[in-house]
Design a protein around this ligand. Structure first.
Ligand SMILES: *Cc1c(COP(=O)(O)O)cnc(C)c1O
Length: 359
């Protein structure tokens, strides 16, 4: 058994999934499981299926292929696709998000050629400035165009928030999305099946009871496996939701006292950044065989031992301060960490980390 290794607790993921799925269902909202953050690892998919999810969503077709392989009856949803992947997408994906007329025209042609039906959700940008149609009138026009395309079904509209622009979902901005849906329904003369009101960051609004009536879907990734931000940043804890579905274990390869302030002529660190250091004198510290290649960002690890402080990392070494720890670590000992989204993203995609499924 090698290190670093990632302990995966499917029962915890299943329970988180069930809590979130039911929370949405009680509000008349369909919860879609977004699987890109954990590289669509099969034990996660299995746990979420058992937790109630029937639609899986990702930025990558390969993830959705995996989902279809495991659960042939599941629905799959892709983000705004590349022009170059439309033919492949039609084979594995039921629903895709859109913001470009040119892509929709090409997709319609390809769907007709392959004689496959495909469902489309048009994205509106409500101010977060990642994907989506910014101008309302343009959205309405495109909706009417898609409605008349023979190869495509207009399933609904959606939005994405708190990604680029850090804009939070509110009654006001999601209320605008519901208004958009009503206007489109008026123009095309039928109901839209889906009004997709964002991601994990929409949960606090739902929990507070402020979700506008008319939002019928949420696309949830982060909260399924690493809900710590929901608790720490959003102050929206949900009883039963746990951040302990994933534990990363790493081994100590150097240990002992060293100064805290680097000695010599100072330039830039391993990644070209100018970094500041605080002189705290001699401190007891350890180096773990784990690095940014595995975790992306050392500040996105949560040490299980509250006496451990993360000092820094290079691609393959993590330096931690253990001066205040109550444990007496020695060379070869294993240290354990809970994860946040970014460290999950990297560790689940790493080929150098062994995954261990735990009861
Ligand atoms: C990643 C993503 C999500 C899920 O976001 P979480 O914050 O992980 O819940 C939802 N929708 C889109 C379009 C995404 O790209």
């Amino acid at each position: 058994m090698g290190y670093p290794r990632l302990l995966i607790y499917p029962e915890v993921i299943k329970k988180n999934g069930r809590i979130l799925y039911d929370l949405c269902a009680e509000a008349g909202i369909e919860a879609v499981a977004v699987i890109k953050g954990f590289n669509a690892l099969p034990p996660f998919l299995q746990a979420l299926w058992e937790g109630g999810f029937r639609c899986f969503s990702s930025s990558r077709i390969a993830h959705l292929e995996e989902a279809k392989k495991l659960f042939p009856t599941c629905k799959t949803m892709l983000r705004i696709p590349m022009l170059s992947e439309l033919a492949k997408m039609l084979q594995h994906v039921d629903i895709s998000l859109h913001s470009e007329a040119q892509v929709l025209e090409a997709l319609n042609q390809e769907a007709l050629r392959q004689q496959r039906r495909h469902q489309v959700i048009l994205m509106r940008d409500l101010g977060d400035l990642r994907e989506g149609i910014f101008c309302r009138e343009k959205l309405y026009l495109l909706a009417s165009q898609v409605e008349s395309m023979e190869g495509l079904d207009l399933l609904g509209i959606g939005t994405n928030l708190t990604c680029y622009g850090s804009i939070i979902p509110t009654e006001k901005n999601l209320g605008e999305l519901v208004e958009d849906a009503l206007e489109i329904e008026k123009r095309i003369g039928r109901k839209l099946e889906v009004v997709s009101g964002g991601n994990t960051s929409s949960l606090p609004l739902l929990i507070r009871g402020g979700m506008p009536k008319g939002i019928s879907q949420l696309r949830i990734g982060e909260a399924l496996t690493v809900p710590c931000d929901l608790i720490d940043y959003w102050k929206s804890p949900l009883p039963g939701l746990s951040n302990a579905a994933l534990i990363l274990e790493a081994e100590i390869v150097e240990i002992g006292e060293k100064p805290t302030f680097p000695i010599g002529e100072k330039a830039r660190n391993a990644f070209g950044y100018e970094t500041t250091y605080v002189d705290r004198g001699l401190r007891n510290r350890a180096i773990l065989a784990l690095g940014l290649a595995d975790i992306g960002d050392e500040n996105k690890l949560i040490p299980e031992d509250a006496g451990v402080d993360i000092l820094g990392a290079s691609s393959d070494h993590l330096i931690v301060d253990i001066q205040n720890s109550e444990q007496s670590y020695k060379l070869g000992d294993i240290m354990r960490f809970q994860l946040r989204y970014k460290s999950m993203l990297f560790s689940c995609a790493s080929t150098c980390i062994e995954n261990v499924i735990c009861e």
